[in-house]
Design a protein around this ligand. Sequence first.
Ligand code: IPD
Length: 292
Amino acid sequence: VAVDLQAVHDFLIQIAHEAGTMILTAKPVAAGSGTKKNSADLVSETDQAVEKMVSTRLKAKYPDFDFMGEETYKDGDTLAADTPTFIVDPIDGTTNFFHAHPYLCVSLGLAIARQPVVGVVFNPFTRTLYTAIKGQGAHLTDPWHEHARLPLRAPEALRDLSTCLVAVEWGAEREGNDYEVKAATFRKLCLRKEEGGAVVHGIRSLGSAELNLCGVAAGWLDVYWEAGCYAWDVCAGWVVLEEAGGRMVGCHEGDWEPRVEQRRYLAVRGGEGQRGVIEEMWGCVQGRIEVG
Ligand code: IPD
């Protein structure tokens, strides 16, 4: 069945604005959850209310499509191979939401045959909207830009990892193998070259996977490396990233073709030198991530 991707894209933008209004007017209240890992694993009632609104609207208009959302996901759910699936994070950056930190977004993606094909990422605080349809480019609309094509300028060459601004995220894990691998990898990125490190320009941990991907797409981040996030944390931004010339690969050496459900990613912006930076970044990973 041919899907009108433009119509999906336009509808997702409408819903993203509605969700944004809900987020802006809500007071963060923790939702009861029996499965929390620790005090850093947060869910608010607004996450649940926004997802309910989004899924209701999408199911009414696209009754034959599947839906995967952060709040209704059950362990073991996988993406259907043959049914288009909406992949939704009602609030990507829930921890920031609790702290009124304005780096968060509603993230609405569509995958067909398990490939992300439409992405809409909206930060209601800054009114920043990133959108993309596979094969049609990525765009930014905000108070200063009206549907500007990404990246905003021709990307400068990526010389090497030492000249990069690198986003990483801790996620909610605070113990175990993956936590140790992350901590050692972050440290390595900052170590001097003589010690095998890269001395990157800086490390950012801003709290929203989707906005990080869009930041790499726009060019105000060069690299984003994370393990532990889910399909809804990356689906929409993945389309924006690749349509802006960025590249998504896996977080370990040699993984050039990651799947959207893989939970281990490395995104590098467009520009000459992209491949070299991917390989250098892989070289800094201190061990094997197990999740996914
Ligand atoms: C989280 C954010 C965070 C990332 C986590 C995600 P949520 O999403 O994207 O930056 O480190 O892995 O789970 O829980 O705020 O939707």
